[in-house]
Design a protein around this ligand. Sequence first.
Ligand code: ATP
Length: 359
Amino acid sequence: MYLKELKARQFKNFGEKDLQFSSKLNAFVGQNGKGKTNILDAIHYLALSKSYLNHSDAMNIQFDCDFFTLEGTFDKNDKEDIIFCLVRAGQPKQLKRNSKSYDRISEHIGQYPLVMISPYDSDLIKEGSDVRRKFLDNIISQSNKQYLADLIRYNKVLLQRNTLLKYFAANQTFDASTLEIYDIELVHLGNRIHEIRKDFVKNFLNAFLKYYEAISEGSEKVNIEYVSQLNETDFETLLKDSIYKDRSAQYSTAGIHKDDLLFTITNYPIKKFGSQGQQKSYLIALKLAQLEVIKSALNVTPILLLDDIFDKLDEHRVTQLVKLVNEEHFGQIFITDTHSDRTEDIIKQINSESKVFRL
Ligand SMILES: Nc1ncnc2c1ncn2[C@@H]1O[C@H](COP(=O)(O)OP(=O)(O)OP(=O)(O)O)[C@@H](O)[C@H]1O
């Protein structure tokens, strides 16, 4: 599967932009602010029906305009699919495949898988546990619909339990039997989610270690640990033990909604002890492992977007990374860079069909 062609109208800084791509490597070169990332974001938008960068669809409309459109021609098993997207400020977005609107936009997800590696991924290391849980949940949900359903239900029950705790506090009352109804369901769902996350991290770790070792040439010891209160104590006991704390906090303080991933380098948290290059290598290995998992779940090779990823990596790591993505199991790749010399070097190394766009 690859993107053959992109037509963007009034999307961010592009009034009108038509591009034809190579099925293997595409490089966008240009100075800061020329719109290299915006092109990757347009591709992201077409593949996943949302921007990587802006939560609000309307923020992608060119300044002083009323709408944007994107049209992408994907080649999937030698068949062409045309994806069209129209966004008008204040209106629901329209998404069509081959001129037919989707009944639900979620039907589009997974059809044209894509993984983006961008400077904004540093949030995964630097921000709170919710960002890492989201990363984990997103990957697992792509191939496990039951997991997604359990997770949605868990969050709903959790919200109801929290509302009840607030009600108890506001009315200076307490009813253990009502709380127990929620606890039974939370324990049932939470245990299932915990087991799946535990198994997933075990498998994901192997792929991650393989990529980190390849990029760093095995020079550093890294690890991902699945941190969960349920690793130590069963969920039922946890809920019982935390009831006084929950009542005073007026929310549920224990459960799988507190899970985290601990990213380490030489046994210390990479967030505090990793250099910028090590953190970047770590993020790249995480995302390449993500690509591998998606590929085996969907049986389609995701498109890979590499936004400005060479900065802060030393020459060895750049070479290793280029070698890696040049391997057979990677499909279409888009890269952006401000250094045209470096891009030319990379293209020489990759030595396969490629196209360079100068912006
Ligand atoms: N809605 C919008 N309408 C018009 N222009 C926009 C809009 N959103 C962003 N831009 C412009 O897009 C430009 C940024 O583009 P982009 O981030 O793609 O640059 P880049 O080439 O990747 O730069 P860098 O090398 O610094 O990462 C900025 O000039 C910004 O003002």
